[in-house]
Design a protein around this ligand. Structure first.
Ligand code: SF4
Ligand code: SF4
Length: 114
C-alpha cells in the first residue's frame, strides 16, 4: 500500500519529503512546471516502495502510511494522490479539481489545517 499525502501539505508544500524519497515518486518537484500552481504534493501509488522515509520528514504530519490509514475526511485527497501523474495535463487537472473540492468542503482550511 502506498504512502499518501493529505491536507496539511496544502499551504506548506516545502518539498522536504521529495528530498528524502529514494525513488522520486513525490510530485510535483520544484523543477517541474506544475509546482507553482499545485496546492500540494502527491505520491505516485505505483512507484512508492513503502520505505517510510518521507513520513518523519514532513513538518506538518501530512503523510500517512496507506490510504486506509488516512482520516475519512481526507478521501478526496487520497483519490488525488491516486490520479496525479506528473506531466499528464489531464491527470494533473483531475487531481487539482479534487484538491479544490476538498478545500471547498473545508472552508476553515488554513496552513497546516484539515
Ligand atoms: S514511503 Fe518511501 S518511496 Fe514512498 S513516497 Fe515515502 S519516501 Fe517515497
Ligand atoms: S514534507 Fe509534508 S508538507 Fe512538505 S511537501 Fe512533503 S507532504 Fe507536503
Amino acid at each position: 500500500m502506498p504512502y499518501v499525502i493529505t491536507a496539511p501539505c496544502i499551504g506548506t508544500k516545502d518539498t522536504a519529503c521529495v528530498d528524502v524519497c529514494p525513488v522520486d515518486c513525490i510530485h510535483p518537484r520544484k523543477d517541474e512546471p506544475e509546482f507553482a500552481s499545485s496546492q500540494m504534493l502527491f505520491i505516485h501509488p505505483g512507484e512508492c516502495i513503502d520505505c517510510g522515509a518521507c513520513l518523519p520528514a514532513c513538518p506538518v504530519d501530512a503523510i500517512y502510511e496507506a490510504p486506509d490509514a488516512c482520516p475519512a475526511d481526507q478521501r478526496l485527497l487520497v483519490e488525488a494522490n491516486a490520479v496525479y501523474r506528473s506531466g499528464d495535463a489531464e491527470a494533473v487537472a483531475q487531481a487539482d479539481a479534487l484538491v479544490a473540492e476538498h478545500i471547498a468542503a473545508h472552508p476553515g482550511l488554513v496552513k497546516g489545517g484539515v
